[in-house]
Ligand binder design. Structure first.
Ligand SMILES: Nc1ncnc2c1ncn2[C@@H]1O[C@H](COP(=O)(O)OP(=O)(O)OP(=O)(O)O)[C@@H](O)[C@H]1O
Ligand SMILES: [Mg+2]
Length: 275
């Protein structure tokens, strides 16, 4: 069995639950996760066993470097995602787990919490993002690298526990900037081009230096640890062959699940106590 067989199955179920949702009996307990990101806000609902039931998402710009910068819009979007999920599932969502980047403290964590509570769900668990991702990945030893929209988060796991984390301001937005700059096109168009596999051959050489930058960030952060594998997650890890460039630059075996984008949102839901 491959390292990611179960992960890929869970993520596939999460993806399927964007389009296909089976209504539940009123009062069925569920686990709910809300991921407020730089690029996407995602809500995932699972049953008590952790099977994904419903996933709603929106492209957003409510968080920068892990901090909520647009509270009102954030609350509004989470409320909309909650309503959509409630409609599809036929139950009320009363609670949720959230996650914050490692090293987020005090009032910044509170802001994440207030966004979700303002949208009508009690926050029953607050995880750090890599721990949430590892609810899905189940890595015992190695580095988990979350390449998101705004930042790259590096977490080192030893015996299943996070022992080191870092978060650096290079992410998918920077990939988009180089594409926009090169073709002299608006950011939105560059974003579409970057995420469309058909355009991969046109952007490959442009984004490679940014991937190399990410790899050098990884190298700098893992230098004092004995790392035998790197696991990629986050939306930017969807980029074709990104794992090959990173493996090349770090000389460490680098792997990613089939769709790395939904790993953290699903993991947040899995971290939620059912209600
Ligand atoms: N198929 C794809 N190819 C390349 N990049 C992609 C693809 N799909 C999504 N992305 C990029 O992934 C990024 C979003 O990833 P993710 O949802 O993990 O970030 P986030 O959690 O919102 O941000 P952060 O973790 O930095 O707060 C965006 O920059 C988006 O362009
Ligand atoms: Mg993220």
């Amino acid at each position: 069995m491959g390292l990611f067989d179960n992960v890929d199955k869970l993520i596939q179920e999460t993806e399927d639950s964007i389009e296909n949702v089976i209504p539940l009996k009123k009062g069925t307990p569920v686990k709910v996760g809300v991921d407020l990101g730089t690029a996407y806000t995602v809500l995932v609902v699972c049953d008590v066993e952790g099977k994904p039931l419903c996933c709603r998402l929106r492209r957003t710009q409510i968080v920068r470097d892990g901090l909520v910068v647009d509270f009102i819009t954030a609350r509004q979007i989470v409320a909309e995602l909650k309503e959509e999920a409630e409609e599809l599932l036929g139950i009320e969502l009363t609670h949720a787990a959230i996650a914050v980047p490692p090293g987020t403290h005090g009032s910044n964590t509170k802001t994440h919490q207030y966004v979700v509570e303002g949208a009508g769900m009690e926050v029953v668990a607050i995880e750090d993002e890599p721990t949430a991702a590892n609810q899905v990945l189940k890595i015992e030893n190695g580095a988990v690298v979350d390449i998101g929209g705004g930042t790259t988060g590096i977490s080192i796991f030893k015996d299943g526990k996070v022992i080191y984390t870092a978060d650096e301001a290079t992410g998918g937005t920077h990939f988009t900037y180089v594409v926009a700059g090169h073709f002299r096109i608006p950011i939105d168009e560059a974003e579409d081009m970057k995420t469309n596999p058909e355009h991969y051959k046109n952007i490959y050489s442009l984004v490679t230096p940014v991937v190399q930058k990410v790899a050098s960030i990884i190298n700098t952060n893992i230098v004092n640890y004995d790392i035998d594998k790197i696991i990629l997650c986050g939306g930017t890890a969807c980029l074709q062959n990104i794992e090959k460039i990173i493996e090349n630059e770090t000389s460490i075996k680098t792997l990613k699940p089939k769709n790395p984008f939904l790993v953290t949102p699903l993991g947040i839901a899995l971290a939620c106590p059912p209600r």
